[in-house]
Design a protein around this ligand. Structure first.
Ligand code: PLP
Length: 398
């Protein structure tokens, strides 16, 4: 322990606690560096940090050791050159969109994106003059036909919500690459355990770390991973200006979640496949949407793209339509009625009365969602208990 000068007054001693050095051993848990500012012993080193804030820790919005550990951990998992951690998934997504686009640019985006991303793209179109063309996630020729001279970015999600359609990443990103267009893929649903979009031609991967990476419904965070250091630098500058950076405690909680990600994802996948199989045989279920079932339209593509499981999210159609779907959602006991996903708890939601409530039955149909669709984001509880709960809720809502 470094001792303080003997002649310092209590007021000074209180502000400068002695720092306990760790030598000869190291903490196995990542330390939380909660401070937002870093002091320097050498004026030249401080001047150097101002000149290149990526070279040393200077100010929390520009970098922090705990946050940097998370960035490097997720960059490693996704196979990227560098990453930036943000205060939420939307913070990461907005940093990427605002960091790479300018007025007059054109974006090709998948039709079924997460609502917050759709809203942001709508804002970019209305207020900033960015033009957007929406496409499906499976037709490379549709993407080719949508290309324009000002097309700057292709935006996809690995797995769509809530119908679990799989994007044909290799085919779609190949068209973008040929045209010099940057591909961005939201990999939140798949996680880097099941799919690494950079290996399939993407340039940027974004995550809501709020979901599987954090994994316990107790943290809000986001990460963007970049195939090249140049792309990272461009977006990082913008994220710092935006003030989107993750705080150290967010990074610490996410790092703690990451340590069990592989175990949790395995269990989410096993549970989801077990429930999907049982739901498919239940008389109150008209259809089950889960990429692990051979009946799913993207089953073969999922087999090629997803590595070691088909994800933890499924949807099913209640035969009783809207009223029965809503009744089912209110009848679950072990599962919770809640939005979000990716935590250890199983959650159910009835999109027609919640996230997609503004759509009538015809509009829902056009969006590929049924009036009686239920989304189940499967947790890590025992599969027999989960099935007993879904079965009793189906019985009560039939
Ligand atoms: N991407 C996907 C696929 C999501 O489901 C969500 C949130 O539900 C987000 C991004 C936004 O993440 P956050 O809520 O952490 O901002």
């Amino acid at each position: 322990m470094t001792s303080l000068p003997r002649d310092w007054h209590p007021e000074s001693r209180a502000v400068h606690p002695p720092v306990v050095p760790v030598t000869g051993s190291r903490p196995l848990g990542v330390p939380i560096h909660q401070g937002h500012v870093f002091a320097f012993d050498d004026p030249d080193a401080l001047a150097g940090a101002f000149a290149d804030p990526t070279g040393a820790f200077l100010y929390g919005r520009l970098g922090n050791p705990t946050v940097r550990t998370l960035e490097q951990a997720v960059a490693e998992l996704e196979g990227g050159a560098a990453a930036l951690a943000a205060a939420s998934g939307m913070g990461a997504i907005n940093s990427v969109l605002l960091g790479l686009l300018r007025s007059g640019d054109h974006v090709i985006a998948q039709r079924s994106l997460y609502g917050g991303t759709m809203a942001m793209l709508g804002d970019l179109a209305e207020r900033w003059g960015v033009e957007i063309t929406y496409v499906g996630g499976d037709d490379a020729e549709e993407v080719r036909a949508a290309l324009r001279p000002r097309t700057r970015l292709l935006y996809l999600e690995t797995v769509s919500n809530p119908m679990t359609r799989i994007s044909d990443l290799p085919a779609l990103t190949a068209v973008a690459r040929e045209a010099g267009v940057i591909s961005v893929v939201d990999n939140t649903f798949a996680t880097p355990l099941l799919c690494r979009p950079l290996e399939h031609g993407a340039d940027v991967v974004v995550h809501s770390a709020t979901k599987y990476l954090g994994g316990h419904s107790d943290v809000l965070g986001g990460v963007a991973v970049f195939a090249s250091a140049e792309l990272h630098a461009k977006v990082w500058h913008h994220a710092c200006e935006l003030g989107a950076s993750a705080d150290p405690f967010t990074a610490w909680l996410t790092l703690r979640g990451l340590q069990t990600l592989a175990l949790r994802v395995r269990r989410h996948c096993d549970n989801a496949l077990a429930l999907a199989t049982r739901l498919a045989a239940h008389p109150a279920v008209a259809a089950v949407h889960y990429p692990g079932l051979p009946t799913h339209p993207d089953h073969a593509l999922a087999g090629r793209l997803l590595d070691g499981g088909y994800g933890g999210i499924l949807a099913f159609e209640h035969v009783g339509g809207r009223a029965a779907g809503q009744a089912f959602a209110g009848a679950v006991r072990l599962a919770s009625l809640a939005p979000s996903l990716g935590g250890v708890h199983t959650l159910v939601i009835h999109p027609a009365s919640t996230s997609h409530r503004q759509l009538d039955d015809a509009q829902l149909h056009a969006a590929g969602i049924g009036a009686g669709t239920i989304r189940v984001t499967v947790g890590i509880e025992h599969p027999d208990d989960l099935w007993a709960d879904l079965e009793q809720a189906l019985g009560q809502s039939g």
